[in-house]
Ligand binder design. Structure first.
Ligand SMILES: *[C@@H]1O[C@H](CO)[C@@H](O)[C@H](O)[C@H]1NC(C)=O
Ligand SMILES: *[C@@H]1O[C@H](CO)[C@@H](O)[C@H](O)[C@H]1NC(C)=O
Ligand SMILES: *[C@@H]1O[C@H](CO)[C@@H](O)[C@H](O)[C@H]1NC(C)=O
Ligand SMILES: *[C@@H]1O[C@H](CO)[C@@H](O)[C@H](O)[C@H]1NC(C)=O
Ligand SMILES: *[C@@H]1O[C@H](CO)[C@@H](O)[C@H](O)[C@H]1NC(C)=O
Ligand SMILES: *[C@@H]1O[C@H](CO)[C@@H](O)[C@H](O)[C@H]1NC(C)=O
Ligand SMILES: *[C@@H]1O[C@H](CO)[C@@H](O)[C@H](O)[C@H]1NC(C)=O
Ligand SMILES: *[C@@H]1O[C@H](CO)[C@@H](O)[C@H](O)[C@H]1NC(C)=O
Ligand SMILES: *[C@@H]1O[C@H](CO)[C@@H](O)[C@H](O)[C@H]1NC(C)=O
Length: 856
């Protein structure tokens, strides 16, 4: 930590006009002021407040990051009333409790809103480490004493902890508006704000009038236009909607790099930037693809980007309202009903019962600004409400996390701004004439009249056989164990107990209920474990049985009745992303068998529970050894070398030897588990991706993984391939050899991170200085040098220069293999897209580069 701090304090690089002299305080007392080049610095040294000028003509009061070298202003006080740079400048906390900016004539250029509570003599304004400038009535800085705070008046940036939305009690609306240009903080064209109406939803608005993009209504779980955005350890967000306030807010993990979310007027986007290796990198942004643009396919149309190109499609029962325009790929006119609703003509006479509903479930919910929310009703009641109201066009659950009485949202307006996803987001019930419903049903049946029956028969047979097989397998397995145990025991005469009890896991008669699961289930021939068995094994998920926290839920240690130890991974409730990843993991890992991959023994999908049962790893994960002062001494070179080889072989199997091409995407020390004999097993396939045929590269918008292990092209551009895993492997090898974390290591005097430091020593022929001194005596120099050389090859900038895992394994394992000279390693600085196959997978439309949205 200290080394890091020193690095950040190096002042030489910083432009003086931007980073003026700071005074060593974070507080202005009542009546006091700061002037000229003086600034406030928050106690932890994270943020700084003072005057700045970016164009040399106008000067502003603002808050920026104190300890990073890229100029990043996150808040501006006097956006609309700059001071000329020639003018003296003073920020004063006036005795009436307002922050005021004074010019040469002591005239007030800007003043904050009056304090909301009475101040006492100790009142003071303090710059906090979260970037909030807080006027506290008693100087304590406590939440109750806040009389004014900069977080209530965001400019273009939403920092972690800030809120975007309305506070009705305080009468405050918080939105963020882009800067006019990179050097002009005055309000620009784009605003991102809460749209109030039926369900909370956020919109990017141009010139205060034109909606460019909407986040999709909040359904209690996700913003339905960004279903892939869910909370994780690095990033947690909330949408709160109560009688008093409605807002969006987010927070980041303690070890997550600096993050900011802001409106970029140049790009016309909201963007989340993350500071990686001293540079801001664009982590995600919206709108992302053509389908994200507001109402792209008009009323009753939806945008489909799940195929080759974004296309407008009419909802079932609707046809293009302007076929010519539609065929020219302009969908904005939307669609109209093929058949009028029976009570839609305004006559009001026809019976409502002759309309029905058709469900679509993989959609961004229609814009809900003018929709009506009925709280507390069941969906059946909603259906009745909709049927009895002639203007009702569709309904959906209003809050999917509220259970049965989810309430509903009813659209009595045109359905706008829908798009199709590859995953279920939420069911939307579209009202159609009875004849249309019949036609749709008939069409669905016609599509595969006999095929369907055959398919059902085949599926039934396969499921039956699988069931028998797994029962049989379980039986044999248990029987063998039982026999083995019996042989070891003195008494071998007593017969086994009843049949059911022979199975380690009873086959559940009630598999999952939801669709997602059914489809996943089909591919997987895994034993289903009874929930009761797991509850017994883990003492009903007792806290003291918890051994870790995976990407999407806790992991428990359990002991089955027969004494076998297992690790149980439990998907946290209501995590949609988690559900997708969970299914992903089951599908992937059930098909994989390798000594260096962790083995899945069974799964449980009863009621709300989604559980994976693994073999238990007695020695936990690699990071608990190599980064632990005491334990790493027990890890001699020979063991470390075996671990390196084991991980390499496991990865090679994933990439090249299994029937599928699998990219792990999150290889790191904590995902390498060690069994009783310290054999390494790669685990956590939650975000792994399977590639079909000869596909070798893909894009993702949602860069997930772990900083420090991510290759530059993946972290920066979301491009991943086998070679991004190879990069992570290279980082891991260096960590195993040095006993130091790549992320967190910093050589201050030389200004180098672990990779560059390793590279420098390599070039200077001092490679052995890298070796963890905890291994002293046990080291085989030839092997260590070869490992470091291979690791440096693996972390090269250009993916094409990194070896495949098969050749890495060969180079590592064979003394006689020739290992090429490595080039300088790639560290996530600057964009470098020259080596990506963007032409084959990305495409452009409307000048927007399309990247694949990771929604599988
Ligand atoms: C503020 O900094 C500038 C640039 O270094 C310098 O010219 C100026 O004299 C300083 N002003 C004060 C009041 O210290
Ligand atoms: C710089 O900021 C980082 C991130 O908030 C923080 O961890 C670190 O301690 C800061 N360094 C100094 C010198 O304040
Ligand atoms: C501005 O106020 C300061 C302090 O109150 C005072 O010393 C100074 O003379 C004033 N300047 C003008 C131009 O009034
Ligand atoms: C943003 O908020 C401000 C202050 O509450 C308000 O005046 C402005 O109209 C809002 N802008 C938009 C586009 O909603
Ligand atoms: C705004 O976005 C553009 C394009 O993504 C980028 O080049 C630019 O650096 C961004 N602006 C800021 C202030 O980050
Ligand atoms: C459907 O309704 C529209 C207007 O509501 C009307 O103009 C049209 O004639 C109706 N079509 C049929 C076939 O009834
Ligand atoms: C919602 O209703 C308001 C008021 O009637 C109208 O101005 C606005 O255009 C409507 N918005 C949509 C998206 O239908
Ligand atoms: C029909 O539903 C809309 C929206 O929920 C509502 O505004 C309207 O008053 C309802 N009409 C009747 C007749 O209930
Ligand atoms: C949705 O339901 C959950 C669970 O009942 C509740 O905690 C949450 O506040 C609700 N959200 C909204 C927006 O009403």
């Amino acid at each position: 930590m200290r080394t890091r701090a020193l690095f950040f304090l190096l002042p030489v690089l910083l432009p003086v006009a931007f980073f003026p002299v700071s005074i060593s305080t974070d507080t202005i007392a009542l009546g006091a002021s700061i002037a000229g080049n003086q600034t406030l610095v928050s106690t932890g040294g994270v943020f700084e407040l003072g005057f700045f000028s970016l164009d040399g003509a106008r000067r502003y009061l603002g808050i920026w990051y104190h300890n990073i070298s890229v100029q990043t202003v996150v808040w501006v006080a006097n956006r609309q009333s700059p001071l000329p740079t020639s003018s003296p400048r003073v920020l004063q906390l006036s005795t009436d409790g307002r922050l005021v900016i004074l010019d040469a004539q002591n005239a007030t250029i800007w003043a904050s809103e009056p304090p909301t509570t009475n101040l006492n003599a100790g009142a003071a304004a303090q710059l906090q480490d979260n970037g909030n400038l807080v006027l506290s009535a008693d100087g304590s800085g406590s939440e109750q004493s806040v009389a004014w705070q900069s977080f209530d008046y965001p400019t273009d940036t939403l920092l972690p902890g800030m809120k975007l939305g309305v506070d009705l009690r305080a009468g405050i609306t918080r939105n963020i508006t882009s800067w006019r240009s990179a050097t002009d903080p005055s309000p620009g064209e784009y605003t991102f704000r809460l749209v109030q109406g039926g369900l909370p939803e956020f919109a990017l608005v141009l010139d205060g009038a034109t909606t460019v993009y909407m986040s999709g209504p909040w359904n209690g779980e996700v913003l339905t236009g960004v279903p892939q955005l869910t909370s994780n350890a690095d990033f947690t967000f909330q949408v709160v909607s109560s009688a008093d306030e409605t807002y969006y807010t987010y927070s980041v993990g303690v070890s997550t790099p600096l993050s900011r979310f802001f409106v970029n007027g140049t790009a016309g986007q909201v963007q989340r930037y993350v500071l990686i290796n001293g540079a801001w990198s664009n982590f995600w942004y919206f709108p992302t693809d053509p389908c994200d643009y507001y109402a792209k396919c008009g009323p009753f149309g939806y945008c489909d980007n799940t195929g080759q190109a974004p296309t407008c499609v009419c909802l079932p029962g609707f046809v293009p309202s302007s076929p010519l325009q539609w065929n020219l790929h302009d969908g904005t006119a939307g669609c109209v009903r093929r058949t009028n609703l029976s009570c839609g003509g305004g006559a009001g006479g026809a019976s409502a019962s002759s309309d029905g509903f058709w469900v679509v479930s993989q959609m961004k919910l229609p814009e809900a600004t003018n929709a009506t929310v009925y709280a507390g009703m069941t969906l059946e009641q909603c259906r009745q409400v909709c049927l009895s109201n002639c203007s009702c066009r569709a309904y959906a659950a209003a809050n999917v996390s509220a259970g049965v009485n989810s309430g509903c949202v009813i659209w009595a307006v045109d359905l706008l701004d829908m798009r199709l996803y590859t995953t279920v987001v939420e069911d939307v019930y579209i009202r159609l004439a009875k004849s249309e419903i019949d036609a749709l049903n008939a069409a669905a049946n016609r599509r595969s009249p006999s095929n369907k029956r055959v398919a059902i028969a085949v599926v039934a047979t396969v499921v039956g056989v699988l069931l028998l097989l797994s029962v049989g397998w379980c039986f044999v397995w248990r029987r063998r164990r039982w026999r083995r145990r019996r042989q070891g025991e003195a008494d071998s005469s007593s017969a086994p107990a009843g049949g059911d009890d022979l199975l380690p896991f009873r086959v559940s008669k009630h598999p999952a209920s939801d669709e997602d699961w059914k489809s996943a289930q089909k591919d997987v021939d895994l034993p289903l474990v009874d929930l009761a068995v797991i509850l017994a094994a883990t003492d009903s998920f007792a806290l003291n049985k918890k051994i870790g926290e995976g990407g999407f839920g806790p992991v428990y240690m359990g002991k089955l009745e027969d004494g076998q130890e297992v690790a149980v991974k439990r998907l946290s409730h209501r995590s949609m992303q988690g559900a997708v990843e969970f299914t992903n993991e089951v599908k992937l890992i059930a098909k994989l068998q390798h000594r260096n991959l962790v083995r899945l023994l069974g799964c449980c999908i009863e009621e709300d529970e989604r559980l994976l049962v693994y073999e238990y790893m007695h020695n936990q994960s690699l990071d608990t050894f190599i980064f632990d002062e005491g334990k790493r001494r027990s890890l001699r070179w020979q063991k470390r070398f075996e671990i390196i080889l084991g991980v390499a072989r496991g990865l090679q199997y994933l990439h090249e030897d299994s029937r599928f091409r699998i990219i792990h995407r999150d290889l790191k020390a904590s995902n390498v588990l060690l069994d009783r004999n310290m054999v390494p097993k790669i685990s956590d396939f939650g975000i792994a991706r399977m590639f079909g045929g000869d596909q070798t590269t893909a894009y993702t918008m949602k860069v997930i993984g772990t900083y420090g292990y991510m290759s530059p092209e993946y972290a920066m551009d979301g491009v991943f391939s086998m070679k991004s895993d190879v990069y992570s492997f290279g980082v891991l090898v260096l960590e195993i050899i040095t006993g130091k974390r790549n992320r967190g290591f910093y050589e201050v005097e030389l200004d180098l991170n672990l990779l560059r430091y390793a590279w420098m020593l390599w070039k200077e022929g001092r490679t052995m200085e890298l070796v963890d001194e905890a291994m002293d005596g046990s080291v085989n120099y030839g092997e260590v040098l070869r490992c470091i050389q291979v690791a440096l090859l693996c972390v090269e900038v250009q993916p094409r220069n990194r070896p495949l895992m098969s050749s890495a394994v060969m180079m590592l394992a064979s003394e006689n293999a020739t290992v090429p000279e490595p080039n300088e390693p790639g560290v996530n600085i600057g964009k470098n897209t020259s080596d990506t196959d963007s032409s084959s997978l990305g495409f452009t439309a409307n000048n927007v580069t399309v990247t694949e949205i990771d929604a599988r």
